[in-house]
Design a protein around this ligand. Sequence first.
Ligand code: NOJ
Length: 566
Amino acid sequence: MASPTPASPDARDWWRRAVVYQVYPRSFADADGDGLGDLRGVTSRVGHLASLGVDAVWLSPFYPSALADGGYDVDDHRAVDPRLGTLEDFDAMVRALHAAGIRVVVDVVPNHTSDRHAWFREALASPPGSRARSRYVFRDGRGPGGDEPPSSWQSIFGGPAWERVTEADGTPGQWFLHIFAPEQPDLDWSEEEVREDMLETLRFWADRGVDGFRVDVAHGLVKDVDGHLDVHVEILETGREGGNHPLWDRDEVQEVYASWRRDVLDAYDPPRSAVAEASVHPGRRARYADPLGLGQAFNFDLFACGWDADEMRTAIDGGLAQMAAGSSATWTLSNHDSVRHTTRFGVPTRGGAGSQEAAKAWVTTDGRDPVDLDLGLRRARAALLLELALPGAVYLYQGEELGLHEVADIPWDALEDPIAVRSGGAEKGRDGCRVALPWTPHGTTLGFGPEGGALPGMRQPDWFGAVSVAAQDGVPGSTLELYRAALRRRRELTTDDDALTWADDAPGVLHLERPGGWRSVTNLSEVDVALPAGELLLASDAAVVAGGALPPGTSAWVRVAGDDGP
Ligand code: NOJ
């Protein structure tokens, strides 16, 4: 199946400056009315994506899954969850997106399978030491009867990183490693069969016209388990500088990606792209963005920032360094794992104004602590213009174009995230950004599904209707119209030159110059600052006028007369 514009000059390099929109399929749009978003739902909303002006869509997993981790527990990597559709629905979706000039990126989850995967079932039915077990990380337990887990490691989602199995004869047996939930057994990437199978998965989707891949936990595949069973390993620590953590970011993992590049990604015309989700030390990120490997890597530094100019500038400078290594910079403010930045930027200072940590703590109080939602939205709109003014690729998360806030008051018993389920009431987890999108102001599911269809498991709050797509469509000043205008302008203004120069400005102001004579100014201080004189191209707030002041919490793009940029 063809890509949108195979003959165009940017067919090979589109991902470098793309605006990519993340669809979390289960909460995007529900065409069949079962309460769960689906692929035909995505197809039905191509018009929205096209009018937004995105270059590509990244779909979080839509594969068969028990949803123990929102679909990141994959039963079969080369199939569609029947509740979400069929392979024919997938093909129709790709055709519709391509016809609208939108490329398609799919998530792959190579670090683990689900515990319902055929390989894992076979492993459970097979004896210790069998080939079926060697695809996963099975080990004998310690202590009398092997009753103790093989090591003291704790999983990312809480609780031990080892789960004991019952052998086929009914006796308590070996233990298997799960860095995430017990329903997500880790694969053993030293096994050739595991490596070959993932190449097949990549080819399967590339043959169906997929333009690129987002690689889940890209830094986790290769592990040195046996050398460290007797020591305590901090699994939550993923960002070491030296590449010598037993479980994360080991140098050998790049051999895997070199083979993906050589044997699959570059075997297609145009080559398929890939972006690594790798929480590594910033100094190690370039390895994942190597053109001979995956080619691009998410940079979560901006995503981790509070509302602080110095922090953001440092994050941006760090992100720009990726370009020097032959890749592109990448920018993200929110995804399906974070508290929405619209809310984050309104959370008062506690562990850093607007930081992920402060926001998570707020969510865990069910949103009872004071938070300034208007301020958060105002800053989020300003942050969008800052982000879109930067060279490189931008990854948007569904619903941010509506200025959606986090839903903090989902009842505990409706939460689905394993972080919440396993935390014993300590953490509400990531569900607050995964609630079904509102498309219309009224209706039982606010246009998410057909009228009379099932309600989504996590109910949409009442305030969702007022910020729905239809409520904002064509409304001057709405967040949706700001996104549309900003993406349009960005496309007009962006050239092949990725240069960025910081201009001197008042403290707390991020003022940058781009080739072609335009500037982006963001005011993160507490006082008005002067805007450079020139043509006002776009502002995050209607109060900003050409030649006037830029109030706190706003951004503007300005073309400065006689300024050809750096
Ligand atoms: C990263 C994904 O973004 C997250 O949602 C998931 O829980 C973990 N990887 C495990 O697959």
